[in-house]
Each structure stands twice: as C-alpha cells, then as structure tokens.
Design a protein around this ligand. Structure first.
Ligand code: ATP
Ligand code: MG
Length: 483
C-alpha cells in the first residue's frame, strides 16, 4: 500500500467516525429534548382532563348518578373532544377496568404504572412510533378511580423520521465530498514525494546529474535539498576519483615515456662501447653520457619516491627560527657553487648571483617541517636559476618577510624566460614542462613543482605563481607562523 493510500484511509476513517458521532450526538440530544417537551405538554393535557373528569364525576356522584352508563357516556364524550389527537382513555374502578369494556394485556400495564396520588407519565414504543401515556388517580371521589390517557406522538414521529432520513443523506453526501477532497489534497501535498521518489530512483540508477526542484520550506523541500546535496557530493567524489585515476594513468604513461629515452641512450652507448672499436677519449665521452643518463634516472626515482612518501602521510611539524633556516639554505646554495651538496644541480652558475633578502626578526618562527621547506626552497631556486640561465643580466632573488597577519612569506623571483599564461595552471603537474627539450637539457624531470605543491598542501600553506612570458616569474609561499 502506498503512503498516500495509508494516509487517505486513516484520515477518511477518522473523519467519518468523528463527523458522524458529532452529528449523531446533536441529533440524539435534540430528540431527547423534543421527547421531554412532549412529555411536559402531555402532563399538562392530562392534568386538564383529570380536572374535568374529577369535576364531572364529583357532580354525578353528589347526585348519586355515577354509574357505568354515565361514565361510558362521559368517556366517549371526552374522546370525541380530543379526537384530533387520537386520545385513548381507560378507566379503572377499584382495580377493575370499566372503560373500555374489553381488557387487553397493554391495559394491565397501563394500570400497574401508577401508585396512589402519583401521576405516572411515560413515553413508550419503538423508534419513530412513540406514544405518550399518563395514569393517575381521580381525586375527590369515594371509589378508587384510575384514569389513563394515551395517544401516539404523531408529530414527533413524523418529524424525526424525516430528520433521520435527512441526517443519513447529509452524512453520505459529506462522506463523498470528504473522500473527494481528501484525495485531491493528499495528491497535491504528496505529489512532491512521488517526484522525490522518482528523482531518487534516477540517482540510484547512476544519473548523478539529476537534481530535485522542489520549492518551499517544508520537510519535503528539505529532503529534496538533502538529496541534491547528496547527489552533488557523490558526483564530486566520482569526478575526483576519475580525475585521480586519470592523473595516475597519466603519471604512469609519463613515467614510462620519461624513462624510455635515458634507458635507450644507456643501452645504446653501452652496446657501442662493447662492440665498436673506439678511442679512449670517445669511450670516456660515452661513459660520461651513460653516467649522466643514469643520474637523471636516479634523480627521477628519488623525486618520485619523495612524492610517493609525502602522499597522505602526516609529517612532523614544529616551530623553528626563520633566521637560522635562511642561513642554512644560503649556505647550501653558496656551497653548491664549489661542490655538490645535495642542492639541485641547476644552481651551479658560478657567476650568477642569488640575492638573499631576509626581513624577518631574530625571534620570528615558521611552523612546519624544516626539511621539506628546505626542499621546496631549493627547488624554487633551482627553477628560477634555470629560467635565467640564458640571460646575461639574469638574477634570482630570495626574499623572506613577516607579513601583516604575522605569517612568513617566502618569495623567489627571477627575471628569466617566464611562463606562458595558458600553461601556468599545469606546471605543478608531475612531468609537465613548458619546453620539454629545454628542461631536459637543463636536467629537469618536471617533478620539482609537483613536489613543492605537495609540500605546500601538507603545510596547509598557500602558493602563488605570478609570471609573465619573457619578463620573469615570482613564486610566493605563505607559511604559518604558529600551529
Ligand atoms: P625538476 O624540478 O624535476 O628538476 P623541472 O624544473 O623542469 O624539473 P618543475 O620544477 O616541476 O620541473 O617545473 C615545471 C616546469 O615549469 C619547468 O620545466 C619550466 O618549464 C616551468 N618553470 C618552473 N619554474 C619556472 C620559472 N621560475 N621560470 C620559468 N619557467 C618555470
Ligand atoms: Mg624544478
């Protein structure tokens, strides 16, 4: 059974029961009141009649003329008088019925009804067939005369029979109207629920673009909104997963592609060295090429390992002094001019100056992992150095300052080749390089910025790359000063 059918049935039954109970209660009370009124008016009539009977009988008695004949005559006269109301009179003398002459079971009942001096009145009979009856003692006489007056309540019976029919008709009409109206309103109110069910089914079938459009502020509209949010979240998650998957596939493809050329070179030169008769000088040159290509593969492997290691890992964070951190980086970069010290190879132009501008105070701190921030700084300096490699007046500037909100901003800027606007949003993707050939010749694998991006994310920091093609690039990273 559908929800609307259940509500319909329950609401219909409840309203039918209560409406009918209400009408019946009013009907019943009014009927009882009418009966009471009839009884009172019957009592009055009986009193009047009893008074007349008493007077007439007393008069006859005083003239010693009160016998069965005179009584019969009088009684018939009274009945004639009240013939319109269909009065029926009964009379007992000392417990024996003397009028009318025939005796029936009902007559006995009529007599039993009364006691001395008490007028007994009663409305009796079946529904819509009620009669009034009053029995009492005729006072002031020697003998014990009991008078009974009874008549059918024709007016009351007819009126209420009609009213009962009307009541039934009204009740049936109201039920029919209620059934139609209930059906109509339930459909209007519950239509959104059916619609919601349909949309939910669509979403269940996998159509996550499907949205519910229900206006209003009731629970159904709220449910629709929740369903929309849910569908949106699912869609987002699916898209994210798809994106992630695509990225992974792309990474593997790129990796295979990147590995292909150094491996081909290594194999080719090794084979050459083994099979071809070459001079010692040439052999040295080939060994160098093999070493360089191997080094490239090694760098790539390390960089990928770093990336993988940082994936989803929680890193150790602490507050550390900016000043000593900057000094250390400076030392690494400067030393790199002389000997290899773990800094990227690209920072090697002896005559190129990396200018350091440290505007932080002695007590300024960064909250983070100093080792990772060092990797980031050196990668950015390496990129900047590569970008200015072909410019005579190329300079790289590293600036560290405490900004208004108290955080530490690290900016690395160069006046190198810059990055085309349309490629800016892709340079943090693994293996992406603006100019593949150029980067390769400079020893780049296109993994540095991907690593930087991951480090920035792990620090909940912000990285902003501003660049103009042919003019230079500035990379700004804002780190938190405290937790
Ligand atoms: P790796 O960092 O792995 O040695 P890479 O430097 O080529 O190689 P990324 O650091 O990821 O790779 O940089 C991606 C690309 O973005 C670079 O190849 C280069 O084309 C461009 N790029 C990065 N920084 C700069 C910069 N300061 N100026 C101009 N281009 C840049
Ligand atoms: Mg780089």
């Amino acid at each position: 059974m559908k929800v609307w059918q259940k509500i319909y049935l329950v609401a219909f039954i409840i309203s039918v029961v209560f409406v009918n109970l209400g009408i019946y209660a009013v009907f019943h009370l009014t009927y009882q009141k009418s009966i009471k009124t009839e009884e009172t008016s019957g009592q009055t009539s009986y009193h009047m009649l009893e008074q007349i009977v008493e007077n007439n009988f007393s008069a006859l008695e005083s003239r010693q003329n009160l016998n069965e004949d005179t009584i019969n005559e009088l009684m018939q006269m009274y009945e004639k008088e009240y013939s319109k109301q269909s009065f029926e009179l009964l009379l007992w003398k000392n417990g024996k019925k003397i009028y009318p002459e025939n005796e029936s079971k009902a007559d006995k009942e009529d007599y039993i009804l009364t006691e001395d001096d008490i007028i007994a009145t009663q409305i009796y009979g079946k529904r819509w067939n009620k009669s009034f009856r009053a029995v009492g003692k005729v006072k002031g006489l020697e003998d014990d005369y009991r008078l009974c007056m009874k008549y059918p309540l024709k007016g009351l019976n007819d009126t209420w029979k009609k009213l009962h029919k009307i009541y039934l008709m009204i009740s049936i009409a109201m039920m029919a109207v209620m059934a139609v109206l209930l059906n109509l309103f339930l459909h209007i109110f519950l239509r959104p629920l059916e619609y919601l069910d349909k949309q939910a089914n669509e979403i269940r079938e996998g159509n996550y673009q499907s949205r519910v459009d229900i206006k209003g502020k009731d629970e159904i509209a709220g449910l629709g909104e929740s369903l929309n949010t849910m569908a949106e979240k699912i869609q987002q998650n699916i898209e994210e997963l798809q994106n992630e998957n695509e990225k992974k596939e792309e990474l593997i493809e790129n990796l295979a592609h990147e590995m292909k050329s150094p491996l081909t070179s290594i194999y080719g030169y090794a084979e050459f060295l083994q099979k071809a008769p070459i001079t010692e000088d040439k052999a040295q040159e080939f060994y160098q090429i093999i070493m360089d290509e191997s080094k490239r593969l090694q760098d790539m492997a390390y960089a990928l390992m770093d990336l993988a290691e940082l994936r989803g890992h929680k890193i150790d964070m602490e507050e550390f002094r900016v000043k000593s951190f900057v000094d250390k980086q400076r030392h690494i970069v400067d030393k790199k001019y002389v000997e290899s010290d773990g800094a990227p190879d690209s920072i090697r132009a002896k005559d190129r100056k990396v200018t350091w501008v440290d505007k932080t105070g002695e007590n300024d701190n960064i909250y983070g992992n100093s080792q990772l921030i060092s990797i980031l700084t050196l990668n950015l300096i390496s990129n900047a150095s590569r970008a200015v490699q072909e410019r005579e007046d190329g300079t790289v500037k590293v600036e560290i300052e405490k900004i208004e909100n108290g955080n530490i901003k690290l900016s690395i800027s160069d006046n190198g080749i810059g990055i085309p606007k349309e490629k800016l949003n892709r340079i943090t993707e693994p293996f992406y390089r603006v100019d593949k050939g150029r980067s390769r010749s400079q020893g780049g694998n296109g993994l540095g910025l991907a690593l930087c991006k991951r480090i920035v994310e792990l620090h909940n920091a912000k990285m902003n790359i501003i660049s103009r093609e042919g003019e230079g690039t500035t990379v700004e990273v804002e780190f938190w000063r405290i937790k």
